[in-house]
Write a protein that binds this ligand. Structure first.
Ligand code: SF4
Length: 211
């Protein structure tokens, strides 16, 4: 398998096949994040992806879950994601779920029809960097979308049959704002109906804008 740069995946994906489709993060501008500062965003060539899948077919046999790396792989166009999903199904027909990290903006850029087509091609679960349901906090986290977008786009996933695990970051509102943030985030989660909630904690690391 060909991998470029540091790879990140949720702990839950420890047994998933990691298939690289992008390098770094297309947004790469969240105020707290330093994960992909050392790499320029890029996309993997389809030929390389196919080569990796041929290797995975020999090495891993029956694969049920594939996690596409890197930072916001759902940024790829619906057309490219469909090509990748078709290749995965061709080489690993036992796959039930193709998943990856997604930004709210990555969902927004796809039509309802495209989301449904992707769901039919087993892209039926996403890890969405929601972070917070607190409007002001979201602003200074610099995610590049508004709170209203979170409400709208997560519901679009539900309608398209794409499950989602919403990533929420404790501590993101700052000192003394924990309860306010928790209530606002719970409101969003109660409306967006994720299949899971992944809890992270805020850390202002080294060269992050937030630090
Ligand atoms: S938090 Fe996610 S979307 Fe934001 S810069 Fe980091 S990898 Fe990219």
């Amino acid at each position: 398998m060909d991998y470029t740069g540091s790879l990140y995946r949720p702990p839950y994906e420890a047994n998933s096949l990691l298939l690289q489709v992008t390098v770094g993060c297309a947004h790469n501008n969240c105020s707290f994040c330093t994960m992909y500062k050392d790499v320029k965003f890029g996309t993997a060539k389809l030929e390389q992806i196919e080569k990796d899948l041929q290797e995975a077919q020999v090495m891993h046999g029956k694969v049920r879950r594939v996690f596409l790396v890197n930072g916001d792989a759902f940024v790829l166009s619906a057309k490219r994601l469909k090509q990748i999903a078709e290749l995965i199904i061709q080489y690993l027909p036992t796959v039930e779920t193709i998943t990856m990290y997604a930004s709210i903006n990555n969902i927004k850029s796809k039509t309802d029809e495209e989301l449904s087509e992707l769901s039919d091609l087993r892209i039926n679960d996403l890890w969405v960097g929601v972070e917070t349901g607190h409007k002001k906090t979201l602003k200074y986290l610099n995610k590049g979308f508004e709170l209203e977008d979170s409400y709208t786009q997560l519901k679009r996933l539900n309608r398209a049959g794409i499950q989602h695990i919403d990533i929420i970051m404790y501590g993101s509102a700052g000192m003394g704002k924990g309860t306010e943030n928790a209530i606002a985030s719970a409101k969003l989660i109660n409306e967006s109906r994720p299949t899971g909630i992944a809890i992270m904690t805020m850390g202002a690391y080294g060269d992050s804008q937030l630090a």
